[in-house]
Design a protein around this ligand. Structure first.
Ligand code: PLP
Length: 392
C-alpha cells in the first residue's frame, strides 16, 4: 500500500478543496480590512457576515450570537472566563466533568487558583456524564455548567439535551465544548437549551486557527481581547477573513448531510472494531458502544505500549493516535481513560482511530492485519505478557 492511511480526524482534518477555493480570493484579491469603509473593506466585511450566518444556521442560532475566535481552545477559555467574571456577583461555583479537553480543565484549574470552586463530575465506565449527577451538583452559588458534547478521545456523546433542560430549570448557564460534535452530530442550540457553544473549523475540513463561540443573546459576555471594535467590541484584532470564510464554507458542507456521513462512518468504525476485537486477544473497546461519534474507535491492548504501536503503524503508513497525552510529550496516561476506570498500563496501551469520509473498508482490512501483527510482535517482547502466558 503506497497511499498513507489517515485515521486521526479527531486531531485535525484535511481542508476540503471547496473550502480552499472559497478562501483564496480573500488572500489575493479581496484582501481589504473589514473595518475599512471603501469597496475592498466592504467586500471583506460582507464575507465575514456571510460566514457568520452560515455558522449560526448550522447550529440553529442567530448570526448576532456568533463570535469568531482563533481556535476551539480560545472559545473554551472565553466562555468559561467570561461567565466567571460577568457572573461573580451571583456565585463562584462551576460544574464540569473529569473527561473534558484540557482547554476546559486547565482553565477551570486556573480559576480555582483565583478562588472559584469547581466540581469535576465523574463519568461511568463508558465515559458518560450522568444528567442526574449534574442536577445534584447544582448549588445556590453555581454559575456555570460546562459539559462537552462528545469526547475527543473515546467518542462518547453526552446527554446534552437533558443537561440543557436541567440547567435551564435551575437558571444556571450551560456551555458545551462541541468541537468534536459539529458536523458529526445534529445540533440545535435552542432545542437543546445550550447557552454557549465552542467549535473549531479544522475538525470538520476547515482551516486551522479559525473557531467560533456561540453566546445566546441575553448572556453577558466580557471582552476577551481589548483594542479595536471588532466582534461587537468583544474581541479586538483585524478579523482572519480567509479563515472565517473557510469556517463558513466548511460548516455549511459538514452539516449538509450528517446522516449520510454518520451511516458511512459507522459502518467503517463498527467493521474495524469487530475485526480488531476478534483478531487480537486481550483487547477492549473504550467508550460507549453505540452512543459514540460515528468515526471514533478507541481500543486498549493489554501488555503493550501505545507509543510502540503508533510508531510501528506509522512505518506501515498508518497515522493514528494513542488518544492520550503521551503524544504531546507527557508520559502521563490519558485522564479520560483513567476516568473510565482503566489501570495505568491499560491506558498506556490504547489506540484511537478516528475515521473520515476518505477512509475505506479495504483500508480497515489492512489496518487490522497491521495491528494484529504489531501487537503480537510487541507482546513477544513484553515480560508482563510472558509472565501471564506462563500462568495460564
Ligand atoms: C480539538 C479540540 C479542542 C481544541 O480546538 P483547537 O482549535 O485545536 O484549539 C477543544 N476541545 C475538543 C473536544 C477538541 O477535540
Amino acid at each position: 500500500m503506497t497511499k498513507r492511511i489517515y485515521v486521526d480526524n479527531a486531531a485535525t482534518t484535511k481542508v476540503a478543496p471547496e473550502v480552499v477555493e472559497a478562501m483564496l480570493p480573500y488572500f489575493t484579491e479581496d484582501y481589504g480590512n473589514p473595518s475599512s469603509i471603501y469597496n475592498e473593506g466592504r467586500t471583506a466585511k460582507k464575507a465575514v457576515e456571510n460566514a457568520r450566518e452560515k455558522v449560526a444556521c448550522a447550529i440553529g442560532a442567530d448570526p448576532k450570537e456568533i463570535y469568531f475566535t482563533g481556535s476551539g481552545s480560545e472559545a473554551d477559555n472565553w466562555a468559561i472566563r467570561s461567565v466567571a467574571r460577568a457572573y461573580k456577583d451571583k456565585g463562584n461555583h462551576i460544574i464540569t466533568s473529569a473527561v473534558e479537553h484540557h482547554a476546559i480543565l486547565h482553565t477551570c484549574q486556573d480559576l480555582e487558583k483565583q478562588g472559584y470552586e469547581v466540581t469535576y463530575l465523574p463519568v461511568d465506565e463508558y465515559g458518560m456524564v450522568s444528567a442526574e449527577d449534574v442536577k445534584n451538583a447544582i448549588k445556590d452559588n453555581t454559575i456555570l455548567i460546562s459539559i462537552m458534547f462528545a469526547n475527543n478521545e473515546i467518542g462518547t456523546i453526552m446527554p446534552i439535551a437533558e443537561i440543557g433542560k436541567i440547567a435551564k430549570e435551575a437558571g444556571v448557564l450551560f456551555h458545551t465544548d462541541a468541537v468534536q460534535a459539529v458536523g458529526n452530530v445534529p445540533i440545535d442550540v435552542k432545542a437543546m437549551n445550550i447557552d454557549m457553544l465552542s467549535l473549531t473549523a479544522h475538525k470538520f475540513h476547515g482551516p486551522k486557527g479559525s473557531g467560533a463561540l456561540y453566546v445566546r443573546s441575553g448572556v453577558k459576555l466580557t471582552s476577551f481581547i481589548t483594542g479595536g471594535a471588532q466582534e461587537r467590541m468583544r474581541r479586538a484584532g483585524t478579523e482572519n477573513v480567509p479563515g472565517i470564510v473557510g469556517l463558513g464554507k466548511a460548516i455549511e458542507m459538514a452539516t449538509a448531510d450528517i446522516e449520510a456521513k454518520q451511516k458511512k462512518l459507522t459502518e467503517i468504525r463498527d467493521t474495524y472494531i469487530k475485526k480488531v476485537l476478534e483478531r487480537v486477544p486481550y483487547s477492549r473497546l473504550n467508550g460507549h458502544p453505540t452512543q459514540r461519534l460515528a468515526g471514533n474507535a478507541n481500543i486498549s491492548f493489554e501488555f503493550i505500549e501505545g507509543e510502540g504501536l503508533l510508531l510501528s503503524l506509522d512505518m506501515k503508513g498508518i497515522s493514528a493516535s494513542s488518544g492520550s497525552a503521551c503524544t504531546s510529550g507527557s508520559l502521563d496516561p490519558s485522564h479520560v481513560l483513567l476516568a473510565i476506570g482503566l489501570k495505568h498500563e491499560q491506558a498506556h496501551g490504547s489506540l484511537r482511530t478516528s475515521f473520515g469520509e476518505d477512509n475505506t473498508l479495504e483500508e480497515v482490512d489492512y489496518m487490522v492485519d497491521s495491528i494484529a501483527e504489531i501487537v503480537d510482535r510487541l507482546r513477544q517482547m513484553s515480560p508482563l505478557y510472558e509472565e501471564m502466558m506462563k500462568k495460564n
